[in-house]
Ligand binder design. Sequence first.
Ligand SMILES: O=C([C@H](O)CO)[C@H](O)[C@H](O)COP(=O)(O)O
Length: 211
Amino acid sequence: MAEIQMALDSLDFDATMALAEQVAPYVDILEIGTPCIKYNGLKLVKALKAAHPDKKILVDLKTMDAGEYEATPFFEAGGDITTVLGASDMATMKGVIKAANANNAEAQIDLIGVEDKAAVAKEAAANGAHIIGVHTGLDAQAAGQTPFEDLKTIAGLGLNVKVSVAGGINKDTIQSTVRAGADIVVVGAAIYGAPSPAESAKELRALVDAA
Ligand SMILES: O=C([C@H](O)CO)[C@H](O)[C@H](O)COP(=O)(O)O
């Protein structure tokens, strides 16, 4: 069964906690988005984990250097997954993988901006990465890009890792995304931009469970 990850992309601490409370019954993973974690830091990781001990917390650090050093405090604060850029050095990715393993957690390699995504995914998987993230970022989405062709490529490799997909997924695309091989579907704007985020999350949960 595919997991749903809700991307919390507000900068506001209290609004983030309130949104998490609304959507938590329908999602598996609460993601602290990159702008949000830069703005709020470790305090938010601790607060979200305390409020939702039954949910996985993904901290979207998008680490680029000093992998083990940067990721370790976020795992120690309650993060279950942190992200490291596939565009970084393999030594950086290995550092985050090491920190994750030391904390019974997971490292996600984010392929955003990577040219040869298949090559990086294969090497990261061979070095113990837990999750490969196919990701069309917000700026690339604004330029009309989607993650679906990249998902086909990465899922088609048959690597022994989970595949996560992010980039504008909504109620019209979530089932085909799951059927194309996503183990984790990430949803941000389609939930937080809806008139009722809870209703939107509930609808997406039903679609994923029926896919
Ligand atoms: O990861 C994200 C982005 O890089 C900012 O951190 C988004 O959370 C991710 O793209 C999911 O959001 P939507 O694309 O709005 O579904």
